[in-house]
Every structure is written in structure tokens, then in C-alpha cells.
Design a protein around this ligand. Structure first.
Ligand SMILES: [Mg+2]
Length: 263
């Protein structure tokens, strides 16, 4: 049995419990990583596969580091549940006031002026520094050296991902907080989580913890050559790229007796 088939069967088993949840990240999971984050898109095939799951699965939710409104328009399915900015929007409004990063924004822009290869992504309560387009292989270290003191002074922390460093309010909740809340509020009896990066690791760990406590749970990591070791170590099973996510979602939306035609 290939890995993809095994992942589909494991996910289908978990989603057979009711009510069940399929929770997914966006970038690198539903959309391919591109050189400029504003150009990332979700393919129509993925959208159609997710749409087919609505109704079959009680909760289909998107949990992302993007702003909620951006994720909504990228995925383009109003019938899904969305949690943006790592759940900051819904979890703790006071963190936004506390973590006013405007001064840090201005300073970081000035510090990075000599490095136009660094793309600055505004995310409302936070901002991200993408160094994917930089030729300098030491760019990550340069960014960390420049912005660490700024982050400390501004009451911000740094989150790293695939060729990105993000400045976020120090008390920003993790995605795992949002997932825990969704599971609790919806009284979920089985959960599948899809993610690809360091921000997803606490959710993968939560899946393992919940499974140990008796809740059917599965963490699926979408991997490529940039995948961090912590992602590989914490996920239950691996999918090769967004293409396998699409096949998995299509298969899960297909009746079990016809599923082999999709795989
Ligand atoms: Mg991602």
C-alpha cells in the first residue's frame, strides 16, 4: 500500500466518527508556496474537493497565520469555518493593543532597506519577512540579527517558517489554541489536521496527545524539500506536496467503494 493510500484510509477512519472535523492550514498545504505570498492561490480542484466534503464532514475549518479575510478570499468557500492570524482575532483582542508593532514595522523596514530581496508581508496584527528571493544564503541569520532586538523592544516574538521570519505580539495564541477551541465547541469526536510548517507542529503534537486520550485524531504533514525536521517528527503521516492533498481531499469526498478509482 502506498503512503497516500494509507493516509486516505487513516483519515477516512477518523472522519467516520461523528461529528468529525477536517482542519487545514492554507499556505503550503492548500496552496503552493510561491516567491511572493500575495500571489499564492488555491486551485479550483482543491476548492471543489473541499466543497464536496462540506456536509459529509461536520466541520471543515481553515486555521491560518494569514489574516482571516485573506484566507477567506484565497480559499473562496464561504461555507467553511475560518480562523485567521493564529486565532488572535477570536481569542484575545487585548493582545492586539498590547502588541502594537507599528514602531517596530517602521524600524524593520528601515533596517531592511539594504536588502530589497526581502519581501515584507503585512498581516494586520503582525508582519512577515520573506527571504525566499534572496541569493545570500546567510539572509536568515542577517534578518534574525537585525530584528531580534527590535522584536524584544516592541514586546514581539519571532516565529519562523519556510524562508520566513514573522514578528507577532508576544502573547499571540498558537494555532493549537484555535483547534482546541473548535473541537471543544463543536464536540468533535474525530479530527484530521493538515499542515506543513513550524506553526503547525503544536497542532500535530495536540493530535498525538488527544489520540493517547482516546479521541481519534490524525496529523498529516504536507512535505517538500524545505520541510523542517520538527514537522516530520511531529506529524503522524506525510503527504508529498499540494498535489497529494488534492488527491486525499478528493478521495475523502468519494464514497468508500469508489475511492480506489481516485487513488
Ligand atoms: Mg503553511
Amino acid at each position: 500500500m502506498n503512503d497516500l493510500r494509507a493516509a486516505v484510509e487513516a483519515a477516512a477512519d477518523v472522519l467516520a466518527f461523528a461529528p468529525a472535523a477536517l482542519v487545514t492550514d492554507v499556505d503550503g498545504t492548500l496552496s503552493r508556496i510561491v516567491s511572493r505570498p500575495e500571489n499564492a492561490t488555491v486551485d479550483e480542484e482543491i476548492r471543489a474537493s473541499l466543497r464536496a466534503l462540506v456536509g459529509r464532514v461536520a466541520l471543515v475549518a481553515v486555521v491560518t497565520g494569514r489574516e482571516e479575510s485573506v484566507a477567506r478570499s484565497m480559499v473562496g468557500l464561504p461555507e467553511l469555518t475560518y480562523v485567521g492570524n493564529y486565532a488572535l482575532d477570536t481569542e484575545s483582542a487585548e493582545v492586539v493593543d498590547e502588541g502594537d508593532l507599528n514602531a517596530a514595522r517602521v524600524l524593520v523596514r528601515t533596517l531592511l532597506q539594504p536588502f530589497p530581496c526581502v519581501e515584507i508581508e503585512e498581516k494586520g496584527v503582525s508582519f512577515a519577512l520573506h527571504y525566499r528571493n534572496c541569493i545570500d544564503v546567510t539572509m536568515r541569520e542577517r534578518i534574525l540579527t537585525l530584528v531580534s532586538p527590535v522584536a524584544a523592544a516592541a514586546g514581539a516574538k519571532l516565529l519562523e517558517g519556510k524562508q520566513v521570519v514573522e514578528l507577532v505580539p508576544v502573547r499571540l495564541p498558537e494555532k493549537s489554541t484555535a483547534v482546541a477551541r473548535l473541537l471543544r465547541e463543536r464536540e468533535i469526536q474525530g479530527v484530521v489536521y493538515l499542515g506543513d510548517d513550524l506553526g503547525d507542529v503544536p497542532v500535530f503534537q495536540q493530535m498525538a496527545r488527544r489520540r493517547a486520550q482516546g479521541l481519534p485524531s490524525l496529523g498529516l504533514a504536507v512535505v517538500d524539500e524545505e520541510t523542517h525536521a520538527a514537522v516530520l517528527e511531529s506529524a503522524d503521516m506525510l503527504l508529498k506536496g499540494v498535489d497529494e492533498v488534492q488527491t486525499l481531499l478528493t478521495a475523502l469526498g468519494t464514497p468508500a467503494d469508489l475511492r480506489s478509482k481516485v487513488l
